[in-house]
Design a protein around this ligand. Structure first.
Ligand SMILES: [Zn+2]
Ligand SMILES: [Zn+2]
Length: 349
């Protein structure tokens, strides 16, 4: 159903209309539309969105690269803003609090994963956008001036954590923090190799250094060496196209990590990953995957980030510049995350 202010809305429960940027087809270009947002329920937090990061998933979704776009798509799952209203059962938040919302807005809350506090692996997960919520409505993300979310899926921004530079931590940050924690890498003296220095990679370097790890960045772009080492604090830099250099990598990287090393996949390349059984069996290596993180881990991650001064390196863009930002993102021309200045630029004409 297209969100409009037409008569199709009449007779339904009164819903607030929020301003949003939506893509309408695989061109991915966004325009301003009005979208329904549910009334603030007893367990809900209503949020005025001030900033929203632009994740690579947003680009894939609006271009329908994954063949699952439910247009109009309002992307955005790196949401930061202020609480404007809370439901009567809400205990964690009050009006005026600085808060964030990441990749998910609901789960079943009763399966094994949910009971184990790993609701990011719930099979009934409802993503922040382009997903169907319990009532069948398609979810709309953070390229919007407001959102209503169950308090369980809202994260508190600690003092000192900026809303703009902190917003990308809600996807990029937790996506790298959770696997480091769950695979026991978050300890001084451990070594990690980070493949790719983009939105996720650059915050991975920052978290790994904050944990006291030795960090090697593996990148296809030799020109990123200076940034990786001098600006982000990596200990070493390897050009992944250079077979000779790759031989000296001792961190669990490439398709042959060191003995008992772990390789954790976070990205979703279109081609299947090929790995020789010999490379994995010899040395007792582990191949793993990881996707986002739980809400508990997300809160822990952003508290840790505030304490250690970890934020994303961002380029702030206006709502009118999102198409341009997407083009640059597709070309890998951002250092390292675009964030939309929603509060100042996504305003009614
Ligand atoms: Zn994301
Ligand atoms: Zn579940």
């Amino acid at each position: 159903m297209a969100p409009t202010e037409s008569s199709s809305e009449q007779g339904r429960r009164k819903q607030a209309l929020a301003l949003a940027l939506a893509a309408h087809d695989a061109s991915g270009r966004v325009t301003r539309i009005r979208i329904p947002r549910r009334d603030t329920g007893d367990d809900d937090v209503a949020i005025q969105i001030l900033y929203c990061g632009i994740c690579h998933s947003d680009l894939h979704t609006i271009k329908n690269d994954w063949r699952n776009a439910m247009y109009p798509v309002v992307p955005g799952h790196e949401i930061a803003g202020l609480v404007t209203e809370v439901g009567k059962n809400v205990s964690k938040f009050k009006v005026g609090d600085r808060v964030g919302v990441g990749c998910m807005v609901n789960t079943c809350q009763s399966c094994e994963s949910c009971k184990d506090g790993l609701e990011n692996y719930c099979s009934q997960i409802v993503f922040t956008y382009n997903s169907r919520d319990g009532d069948g409505a398609v979810t709309y993300g953070g390229y919007s001036d407001a959102v209503v979310v169950n308090e369980r899926f809202v994260v508190r921004f600690p003092d000192g954590m900026p809303l703009d530079g902190g917003a990308p931590l809600l996807c990029a940050g937790i996506s790298v923090y959770a696997p480091m924690k769950h695979h026991g890498l978050n300890a001084p003296g451990k070594s990690v190799g980070i493949v790719g220095l983009g939105g996720l990679g650059h915050v991975a370097v920052k978290f790994a250094k904050a944990f006291g790890m030795r960090v090697t960045v593996i990148s296809t772009s030799p020109e990123k060496k200076e940034e990786a080492v001098e600006k982000l604090g990596a200990d070493a830099f390897v050009v992944s196209s250079d077979a000779d250099q790759m031989k000296h990598v001792h961190a669990p990287v490439s398709w042959a990590p060191q003995a008992q090393g772990k390789m954790i996949l976070l990205g979703l390349p279109a081609k299947p990953v090929e790995i020789s059984a010999f490379a994995l069996v010899g040395g007792g290596k582990t191949l793993a995957g990881s996707c986002m993180g739980s809400i508990k881990d997300t809160q822990e991650m952003i508290d840790f980030a505030a304490k250690h001064g970890v934020t994303a390196d961002i380029e702030l863009v206006g709502a009118e510049d999102v198409d341009w930002a997407m083009e640059r993102l597709a070309k890998g021309e951002v250092r390292y995350r675009f964030v939309i200045d929603v509060g100042n630029t996504l305003i009614a004409a």
